[in-house]
Design a protein around this ligand. Structure first.
Ligand code: AMP
Ligand code: MG
Length: 416
């Protein structure tokens, strides 16, 4: 029997990075509205101040703060109202000592004024004459020009995954386009005689195909572009045809099932025949040991043979393929969440374990009333998809450990 030499997760990652160096990362310029979820490829520097001019953050009166010093409820300050700045107007007046200009939330602050007295503390007791019942300090109720974003500052860093607020930042600055990392084009192929589509009636012996959907969704969620998904039976020719069809059109082929050494397992053979370059034949990880990685130099395609078990397939996608993509884009990693283990767990010595966990907040009322986040293991077989859906994240257990102890500090990588 051929002994399986397994790579460690780090070895597999390093080999994939080295082997795929010929695959151009590529940068594309896209419109603001399409940028959500993409990874920024170049620092975006603001050319404008936001706001472009000082604005009031309240309805009230723009005044000189010094005029209000010492005033209060029982000793009002008196001001002459000399004008009104509507929200869309330029403030073309100057506030002199003892004067006030009526402003709305968002109005431009006139020259000479350095604070806004809220209208709740002011009363125009006769037209043009104002009593103010509160002292305001310099800058109060005003957002300065550039206080939100200063011209010349970096607003979106290379490697940042563009979120809704970044789209807002671009809108604030009038930025129409952004350079992002080109999304790797992905083909998802699921293999197995037993697989039926979600829309099919389940016949005895058949199960529904989960991997096609979950892998396509994982790929999309991390910013990749899925061009095609398909399901093929455990037939070497058919699998080979499906891979060959995808070669020139994909950067990454995710082929799940048939990746170990069973009688109907053809992934390795097919990858060998096509690429002559299968560099990882198993990873020392639980779940997900039967993982194959190859790079086809002729077409510049990563061939990933993922385990058939859905949870294992999804986790290996994250740990290997998503990790590769994020590293390549210089993407910032989401911070893991520190937690303490809620119970003891054992793990396989010699293999790193990826343990799905739920996060639970525990409030300790005694003492300073601290809040602890507990990681509760989700015990499941690697075929369970619901276990993965129930988990908030996962904990990696080092291969030199035999498990984790209740109360032990861990870092949870978030699954969202
Ligand atoms: P395999 O690696 O092909 O031996 O598959 C391992 C296990 O995963 C078997 O129980 C398969 O039925 C199951 N499996 C393989 N592919 C899928 C899939 N696309 N969706 C759901 N389960 C699958
Ligand atoms: Mg199979």
């Amino acid at each position: 029997m051929e002994l399986l030499h397994t790579d460690t997760l780090e070895e597999a990652r390093r080999k994939l990075e080295e082997q795929s160096q010929g695959l151009a990362p590529g940068v594309v310029e896209i419109g603001r509205a399409e940028a959500l979820g993409c990874i920024c490829a170049e620092d975006v520097v603001s050319e404008e101040n936001v706001p472009p001019f000082p604005r009031s953050t309240m309805d009230g009166y723009a005044i000189k703060a010094a005029d209000s010093y010492g005033t209060g409820e029982s000793s009002p300050g008196y001001y002459r109202v000399t004008g009104h700045v509507h929200i869309e107007e330029e403030a073309d007046m100057t506030v002199e000592a003892g004067e006030a200009v009526r402003v709305q939330t968002g109005s431009m602050i006139p020259r000479g004024a350095d604070a806004v007295l809220m209208k709740e503390y002011a009363e125009e007791y006769v037209s043009g004459k104002l009593a103010g019942y509160r002292a305001v300090s310099e800058g109060e109720n005003i957002i300065r020009a550039g206080e939100d974003i200063r011209a010349g500052s970096c607003v979106i860093f290379r490697g940042k995954k563009i979120g809704p607020a970044d789209i807002g930042v671009m809108a604030a600055l009038g930025i129409q386009k952004i350079r992002v990392c080109r999304a790797p084009v992905v083909t998802v192929i699921s293999t197995g005689d037993e697989l039926a589509g979600a829309e099919e009636k389940l016949m005895a012996g058949k199960i529904r195909d989960i991997n096609t959907e979950v892998l396509a969704a994982e790929a999309e969620a991390c910013g990749m572009a899925v061009r095609k998904t398909c399901r093929v039976p455990d037939d070497r020719e058919e699998i080979r045809n499906a891979v060959e069809e995808a070669l020139d059109k994909s950067d990454v082929i995710l082929l799940s099932g048939g990746s170990s050494k069973g009688e109907k397992d053809y992934t390795k053979q097919v990858f060998e025949e096509i690429s002559h370059n299968v560099f990882t034949h198993g990873i020392a990880i639980k779940p997900g040991k039967p993982t194959l990685l190859a790079f086809d130099p002729a077409s510049g395609t990563i061939l990933a043979g993922l385990p058939g078990h859905p949870m294992a397939a999804a986790l290996i996608f994250r740990l290997v393929i998503r990790d590769w993509y994020l590293k390549r884009c210089g993407a910032a990693r989401p911070l893991p969440c520190p937690a303490v283990m809620a119970e003891n767990v054992s793990s396989n010595h010699g293999r790193v374990s990826c343990l799905p966990v739920k996060l639970r907040m525990v409030k300790k009322t005694e003492g300073s009333g601290t809040v602890t986040v507990e990681a509760v293991p989700v015990h499941a077989k690697s075929g369970s998809i619901f276990a993965l859906a129930s988990a908030d994240g996962y904990v990696m257990i080092d291969r030199n450990r035999e498990g984790l102890k209740k109360g032990e500090q861990v870092l949870v990588e978030r699954l969202d």
